[in-house]
Ligand binder design. Structure first.
Ligand code: SF4
Length: 351
């Protein structure tokens, strides 16, 4: 069931306030002498999101829109340029050194390529034991039992304990990656394209595992994916990003049935199979996204928007609530009739 954005009883686990991450471009002596201004890749700009306990929040958008940079900035793997990150209401933006190390176990990541994040020379048991031991999650005596429990939870069985990552298939390795992320009992988990490197037949198994774990452990997850089918299946709410900015936020099924932002609308329409009655070719998004170095004036989507008017070129549309729990950054949001409106289409989303 979709969680309401304004549900006052739900506890905010993670929150960002106007979070930005800009990367300085190379600025040589010649640039300095000629007085050229320093340029920045504005990967993430003024992103404010909230994730509630037990919620799976989807983060979607074309590749290069800033999804992974946002995730890494939240985890403090990148230093934020400005804005705040709050974990359980505590501002963690300025934490350094030991203070930062202390909160790291609370925020874990499941990577797209689990193999690159697992030490190939350690057995699965050693990988998990090391996590449990270094972070003092359980006593030394309890480690073997906890390893067995984690493997069971992730559908691996205890015979996996003495094998090396290279001996597993891609899907099994992702299960190990999930077990490792869960070993520290995280408050919050980011799954960054966790199935995009897997065969289609295996993807469903990993998605189902994440869904089951999310429900049974009441996990709080930020789920990043460019695959709208997967996002629709597994998430409660979604945040749509375009060129580093949030353009729409709301309940997953509400957005799929009635997108309000023209970009979300065309993103849904251009995805094959979301609605078999639609000819996706007719709805391909035209043009390439502009460079994140030269962000367009006004609405970031205006150079590609078929509904663009004069105001869109000069005034930045604020992200505002236009329907209960539905936020959109557009001067002229789509009406019910204008959106792709999959009215009556039933989703098989398991929420
Ligand atoms: Fe299109 Fe204007 Fe809305 Fe931007 S503000 S999405 S250009 S209609």
């Amino acid at each position: 069931m979709t969680r309401k954005l304004n549900d006052q009883t739900a506890q905010k686990v993670l929150e960002t306030r106007n979070l930005s991450k800009w990367f300085a471009r190379k600025y040589g002596i010649a640039d300095r002498i000629s007085g050229k201004p320093q340029k920045y890749v504005k990967a993430v700009s003024d992103v404010s999101i909230q994730i509630y306990r037990g919620e799976n929040l989807g983060l979607v958008g074309e590749s290069g829109c800033g999804k992974s940079t946002l995730a890494r900035t939240i985890l403090r793997l990148y230093e934020p340029t400005k804005g705040k990150i709050l974990l359980n209401g505590t501002d963690i933006t300025g934490l350094r050194g030991e203070e930062l190390r202390k909160i790291r176990p609370a925020m874990q990541m499941v990577f797209q390529d689990p193999y690159s994040s697992l030490n190939p020379r350690m057995t699965v048991s050693e990988i998990l034991s090391e996590m449990l031991s270094v972070h003092h999650v359980v006593t030394k005596q309890q480690i073997p039992e906890r390893v067995k429990e984690l493997l069971d939870m992730c559908g691996l069985g205890s015979e996996a304990a003495n094998r090396f990552p290279g001996e597993f298939s891609g899907g099994q390795r992702q299960r190990v990656g999930i077990a490792r992320a869960l070993s520290l009992n995280p408050e919050f988990m980011i799954a960054d394209e966790p199935v995009s490197a897997l065969d289609v037949s295996i993807q469903a198994q990993i998605i189902n595992l994440l869904g089951e774990l999310q429900r049974s452990l009441n996990l709080t997850i930020l789920f990043i994916s460019h695959d709208l089918h997967v996002v629709r299946y597994i998430t409660h709410r979604i945040v749509v990003m375009y060129l580093g900015s949030v353009v729409e936020q709301g309940g997953t099924e509400q957005i799929f049935q009635q997108p309000l932002h023209p970009y979300t609308d065309v993103l849904i329409k251009a995805t094959p199979g979301l609605n078999p009655l639609m000819k996706t070719r007719e709805y391909a998004i035209t043009g390439e996204p502009p460079s994140p170095v030269d962000i367009p004036s006004g609405c970031v989507f205006h150079p590609r928007c078929t509904r663009c008017k004069q105001k869109c070129k000069t005034e930045v549309p604020a992200l505002r609530e236009v329907l209960p729990g539905r936020f959109v950054a557009c001067h002229y949001p789509l009406t019910e009739e204008q959106s792709c409106a999959e009215k009556g289409a039933s989703s098989d989303a398991k929420k």
